[in-house]
Design a protein around this ligand. Structure first.
Ligand code: FAD
Length: 416
């Protein structure tokens, strides 16, 4: 997968980054016969955070011809989410939801998952170059195609000419930085401390098929994830305002251990479980851009907007962006007139805005009141659909008008 020529080559599409967004976009473009070059600065398999998928993402994996490989990998099955706060708990089963489509998915080790996806894209004919870093992109040059400056690990620099560039560089945010596209995010600066544990959880002690989201008993804005993985491991992390988790590297293990032990459910399940990798820290991950496209380029996944990890929406948004961008680009390369704003930016942001309404109301506490409310109504199937990733299905009132609906529902919940 790593051969390349030293003279300038021209391809239909250059994709920056081989994560889920880049891999799925590459496969969908190969299906229509486009020449696709994927440039990835790291070597796979490589660690990545974001291990709990949403059922909506399965449709894009299926469309990209990757589903069989994912199913055969033997990842931990997932059918819902379990929320815990003090002595309250609430389980959502993604199979019982308003929107049609997949109701189950997986909890994955991203190193393995991402490697599977990009290998599928390569098998479908994408030229994937690991250890090749994009340093600059020249777009909007009158009469010229975008030019991409690349350097490999032998410090050999070369240029690629592409009819179009898709930036799927994730938190690398190559084009937003190079083209000054960054815009302020409404999300406060939060951070996470996380690791993997050898969980040793007895079979009947908890439901491995669900992500567990636990709120800190004393601080409603601090929450934990526990994502059971295949092979007796779980991913565990704590998310809080950045200053709360700002500890020296040498104290991260002890800090995360102490926080886990402050939450009764996690303490019971994994309070003493051995960490199988050093605790990592990531902060300031929320990001936004002025626009998701420009002359000769579009931004996919985290290279565009990233909100917050609480509803595990990142990979789903990344795959949805790959799906929308590949279809728009295929029509453009066929010579059709496309409107990137109407065909890509606006529809992608519709679902992101749904998740944003949910995320903001999670941190304000309103959504937590709704989640733990004892009344089980048909509205729960609508909320479940969004939690399962169906954030673009406007037949769901909580997608069509999430802010108004959630505000009204919260008022009903607190009055009862
Ligand atoms: P990535 O997966 O980040 O891939 C980008 C690739 O681009 C990388 O491989 C990188 O090496 C490459 N790259 C970067 N710069 C360059 C360059 N200059 N040249 C070449 N290559 C480059 N999402 C979920 O769905 N579920 C979760 O449970 C979840 N939990 C999360 C927890 C935390 C704490 C955080 C911060 C995020 C979480 N996410 C989760 C979000 C998830 O990690 C991302 O949304 C997802 O990985 C985005 O995929 P992507 O393809 O856009 O980018």
């Amino acid at each position: 997968m790593n051969q390349h020529s030293s003279k300038r080559t021209t391809v239909d599409v250059t994709i920056i980054g081989a994560g889920p967004a880049g891999a799925v976009a590459a496969a969908l473009l190969r299906k229509t016969g486009r020449s696709v070059l994927v440039l990835e600065r790291q070597h796979f398999p490589r660690f990545s955070i974001g291990e709990s998928l949403l059922p909506q993402s399965m449709a894009y994996l299926e469309e990209a011809g990757m589903l069989q490989a994912v199913v055969e990998a033997g990842f931990q099955y997932k059918n819902g989410a379990h929320f815990v706060y003090r002595d309250q708990s609430s389980s959502f089963d993604f199979r019982d939801k308003h929107s049609p489509g997949w109701g189950t998915t997986y909890q994955v080790e991203r190193a393995v998952f991402d490697d599977i996806l990009i290998r599928c894209a390569a098998e479908q004919g994408a030229d994937v170059r690991f250890g090749h870093t994009v340093r600059a992109v020249h777009t909007g040059l009158t009469g010229l195609m975008p030019l991409v400056d690349v350097v490999d690990e032998a410090d050999h620099a070369y240029q690629i000419e592409a009819r179009f560039v898709l930036d799927a560089s994730g938190f690398g945010r190559v084009l937003p930085r190079l083209l000054n596209l960054e815009s302020p995010t409404r999300m406060p600066t939060r951070a996470a401390l996380f690791t993997h544990v050898r969980d040793g959880i007895p079979v009947d002690a908890s439901d491995r098929n669900k992500i567990c989201i636990a709120t800190h008993p004393e601080r409603r804005d601090v929450w934990f994830w526990m994502i059971p993985l295949a092979g007796g491991r779980s991913s565990v992390g704590c998310v809080a305002e950045a200053s709360f988790l700002d500890v020296p590297e040498a104290e991260r293990d002890a800090t995360l251990r102490a926080l886990i032990q402050q939450e009764p459910t996690l303490n019971r399940l994994i309070g003493g479980a051995p960490f199988v990798m050093p605790v990592r820290h990531i902060g300031g991950y929320a990001a936004n851009v002025e626009r998701l496209h420009g002359p000769g380029y579009a931004l996919l996944g985290n290279a565009g907007e990233f909100l917050d990890p609480v509803f595990s929406s990142g990979v789903t948004i990344a795959l949805r962006s790959a799906h929308l961008a590949a279809h728009t680009l295929n029509r453009q390369l066929d010579g059709a007139a496309v409107d990137w704003s109407a065909d890509y930016d606006v529809p992608l942001r519709k679902g992101i805005d749904t998740f944003r309404a949910f995320v903001e109301r999670w941190y304000s506490g309103e959504l937590q009141d709704i989640i733990y409310h004892p009344d089980q109504t048909s509205i729960r199937r609508m909320i479940t659909a969004v939690l399962a990733g169906y954030a673009w299905d406007e037949s769901n009132p909580y997608v069509a008008d999430p802010v108004r609906r959630l505000t009204a529902l919260h008022q009903v919940c607190v009055q009862r």
